[in-house]
Design a protein around this ligand. Structure first.
Ligand code: SF4
Ligand code: SF4
Length: 374
């Protein structure tokens, strides 16, 4: 049944790639397919009573600020380094009781631990001076060497930190590592969970490599790695420094990696220049696509944006998602089925969306007639 779902998604993506179709027609065809109801092999989802007995009184959506129109800092809702610090801590512990002996998970965790145990380079006594542009350009070598697939830099903002947390560093370097598509496509099977753990390990390795590079040049640097929550949320800085746009499934969509990647970061005060924020038309694309909504077993994805801590955005219903996520030891279905996650599709889609936007702008004409006289 999942194969059927994936086959339909594949067909949808194939339609994006047909060179004979004009861009608009291709997109309209894809959008029509994406709206068609698809059978979901995991519905109805019946949560395990043992897990549900651990559910706290407070809703995870309330902790996240669903429905709140005032801005406030995020609170740690899950993946607390000490589960006893959060209301959903008992459910976080239960997560580890699922599939404890799956070879794909055990192997990936052992490999990740080796990376997590790796020491950082010592801090050099003297600070190397470079122009800010050179520091930012220096990050390219980590992509060229395959340490990570994408980098970006943003000036640290206080409201990216969880409530009660802060930092004296000036900059955040965000790093992205891509999942192997064939492995993540097996979601929610353990092979997909293993791939997520493997890429969290790679992301940690990338953060340590960049932090070590800076420390060897005399600049203090602190790696920030998942999956446990650190001091700050990584999605807002990644959006700020050009990783892409938030998708309906609550993950960032990037034209090269789709939604199929993990993030890590490095905090530093070495002088960098920021990487520009970028938009590709992905947000509007999500308005007309329902692939992840239909594929999500517990129906945790909203058709429309929601108010969350003073911002109207795509949001995942935490209380619906968590039981299925835990019960499958990681789920990842929504990022696997997203059309953007299929290798090679994103760049093609971005070109088509840009052409569509240009046609719409041409049809509209200049906004202010006085512009033509300048
Ligand atoms: S991760 Fe959560 S939101 Fe995504 S498909 Fe699974 S249950 Fe749904
Ligand atoms: S996140 Fe992906 S699957 Fe979901 S609506 Fe947007 S494009 Fe479609």
């Amino acid at each position: 049944m999942l194969g059927c779902l994936q086959m339909q998604t594949r067909r949808l993506r194939t339609s994006f790639n047909q060179p004979s179709k004009p861009g608009l027609a291709g997109l309209a065809f894809a959008a029509k397919l994406a709206r068609m109801p698809k059978p979901n092999p995991f519905r109805p989802f019946i949560p395990d009573p043992e897990q549900m007995a651990l559910k706290p009184e407070v809703s995870g959506n309330a902790i996240n600020g669903l429905g709140e129109q005032e801005r406030r800092r995020a609170k740690v809702v899950y993946w607390a380094p000490d589960p006893d610090d959060i209301p959903h801590g008992a459910m976080q512990k239960w997560f580890y009781s699922v599939r404890p002996d799956a070879p794909a998970l055990l192997k990936a965790r052992a490999e990740r631990q080796v990376i997590l145990d790796r020491p950082l380079a010592p801090l050099a006594d003297s600070k190397q001076d470079r122009a800010p542009e050179d520091w930012t350009a220096g990050l390219d070598s980590f992509v060229e060497q395959g340490v990570c697939e994408k980098t970006g830099v943003a000036r640290l903002q206080a409201d990216w930190f969880y409530e009660g947390k802060s930092s004296d560093f000036d900059w955040i370097i965000v790093l992205g590592v891509e999942h192997d598509y064939d492995e993540i496509s097996k979601a929610p099977e353990p092979e997909a969970g293993g791939e997520v753990i493997r890429q969290y390990g790679r992301a940690a390795g990338a953060a340590k490599a960049v932090a070590s590079w800076l420390r060897a040049a005399g600049h203090e640097a602190e790696p920030v790695t998942g999956p446990m929550a650190g001091a700050l949320t990584l999605i807002p800085p990644a959006l700020a420094c050009g990783f892409g746009e938030l998708g309906k499934h609550g993950s960032i969509i990037n034209p090269q990696m789709g939604a199929s990647f993990r993030l890590s970061a490095v905090l530093t005060s070495a002088p960098f220049v920021p990487t520009p924020h970028q938009e590709f038309g992905i947000d509007a694309f999500c308005q007309n696509c329902r692939v992840c909504e239909q594929a999500c077993p517990p129906d945790a994805l909203f058709a429309d944006k929601q108010w969350v801590r003073g911002e109207e955005k795509w949001y995942v219903d935490f209380d619906r998602c968590l039981p299925f996520f835990n019960q499958t030891h990681g789920c990842a279905i929504c990022i696997a089925v997203c059309p953007w996650s299929r290798p090679g599709v994103g760049a093609n889609l971005v070109m088509k969306l840009a052409r569509r936007a240009q046609r719409a702008a041409d049809a509209q004409g200049p906004e202010d007639p006085s512009d033509q006289t300048r």
